[in-house]
Design a protein around this ligand. Structure first.
Ligand SMILES: NC(=O)c1ccc[n+]([C@@H]2O[C@H](COP(=O)([O-])OP(=O)(O)OC[C@H]3O[C@@H](n4cnc5c(N)ncnc54)[C@H](OP(=O)(O)O)[C@@H]3O)[C@@H](O)[C@H]2O)c1
Length: 359
């Protein structure tokens, strides 16, 4: 029986994780759950799971510090995942990581801390779960030629090219996945896919210039690995986050589930195309931040967090998200990213600059 802590239990990933755990009571015991504000929902989840509930700003970190677990599922939003992730690593828990911003902003920091403590990162994002599954049985990553992340393309894949009048409701209307608001908007701009490139870099130790993105609107192929012998492996399943969440908690073992199976003949065709760099400028911005190194990716993610919030609350237009990020990246000073304080300082610098510019 594996002991699990679920941080962000009231969210989309958290709710799916509760489902997975409840469908296998013989395999999992949840010890603690956390949320930011949704006290009632958090306590309800805790009651169902027989776990302790923590609510508030520092709830996720306290849930880790005051409880034991073999795996800590980190599914909060943005940089809020960093402190509890480091606390869980310190306690020797493996990290099932949904909160990709932790890797984006502090990848070097958390992966070296995990190495020191001998704990593993278990991918939760469906794309990284797919890559992890494709790599099962491959020794080291010397045999990996390229990683290929698939992207649904979001709601604006085939929209008219002028996206300046896009409303929050339109951006929140994802065609395939039901997710929290921040990640849904990030999916529509493809910033999310850029974040996934950075996440893959740290999770699998493959440089960003060997990670490709291909648009695959059906969201059936969740990602692929091309090996040095010319073989390419892919992982396919109906779009359901519970497949990836369950594998994060059990992989490389598999537990039976009654979830829908693929019917390829019914699907008929799967399609793939290149992402349009004009429509989705965020992809290139992410690569530029990786090339700049230091805290540039932390600045990028903090600027995106600010800009998505500003867009959702009507303070900037949709196209202002990429513009804001680009502008901040251009002016960011070189900053080392070798401690949690440095990451928070880079995020703080970004917010101060943005409030100064737009506030
Ligand atoms: N949803 C998906 O399918 C999906 C797929 C791949 C990766 N991810 C990633 O997984 C993470 C969670 O996504 P989600 O869609 O589940 O988000 P969500 O639905 O917005 O849920 C976020 C959860 O985290 C809590 N939370 C929010 N801000 C917090 C803070 N500052 N400190 C502590 N807890 C906080 C929320 O509590 P309250 O309810 O109290 O606000 C809620 O429990 C994100 O990083 C996202 O990029 C999501």
């Amino acid at each position: 029986m594996k002991k699990i802590a679920i941080l962000g239990v009231t969210g989309s990933i958290g709710g799916n994780a509760v489902d997975v755990v409840l469908s296998h009571p013989e395999a999992f015991k949840v010890t603690a759950v956390s949320a930011l504000k949704s006290r009632e929902a958090c306590e309800e989840a805790a009651r169902k799971l027989g776990a302790k509930a923590y609510v508030g700003e520092d709830a996720a970190t306290r849930a880790v510090e005051e409880n034991d677990a073999d795996i800590c599922l980190v599914a909060t939003v943005g940089l809020s995942g960093l402190k509890p992730t480091l606390a869980a690593i310190e306690k020797g828990m493996d990290i099932a990581l949904a909160t990709k911003e932790v890797m984006v902003m502090a990848g070097e920091l958390v992966t070296s801390a995990a190495k020191r403590k001998g704990v593993k990162f278990l991918p939760v994002d469906s794309e990284h779960s797919a890559i992890w599954q494709c790599l099962a049985g491959t020794e080291g990553n010397g045999a990996v030629d390229r990683l290929i992340l698939t992207a649904s393309g979001g709601p604006f894949l085939d929209a008219p090219s002028d996206l300046s009048a896009v409303t929050p409701a339109q951006a929140l209307n994802h065609p395939r996945w039901k997710m929290g608001p921040k990640v849904t908007v990030d999916s529509s701009t493809m910033m999310n896919k850029g974040f996934e490139i950075l996440e893959a870099r740290w999770l699998f130790g493959v440089p960003v210039d060997r990670i490709d993105v291909v648009v695959h609107p059906e969201s059936i192929v969740h990602s692929l690995v091309t090996f040095t012998d010319g073989a390419t492996l892919a992982q396919l399943s109906p779009p359901d986050m519970r497949v990836a969440i369950q594998y994060a908690l059990t992989g490389p073992k598999r537990l039976r589930s009654e979830r829908a199976r693929l019917d390829l003949a019914a699907l008929g065709a799967l399609t793939f195309r290149k992402p349009d760099p004009v429509r989705f400028p965020c992809l290139e911005l992410v690569k530029a931040s990786a090339r700049a190194g230091g805290c540039a990716s932390a600045v990028l993610a903090a600027a995106d967090e600010w800009a998505v919030d500003a867009f959702l609350s009507g303070r900037i237009p949709y196209t202002g998200i990429a513009k804001t990020v680009e502008e901040v990246l251009e002016h960011a000073p070189e900053m080392a990213c070798d401690s949690p304080e440095a990451v928070f300082e880079a995020a703080e610098w970004t917010r101060r600059r943005l409030e100064g510019l737009k506030g």
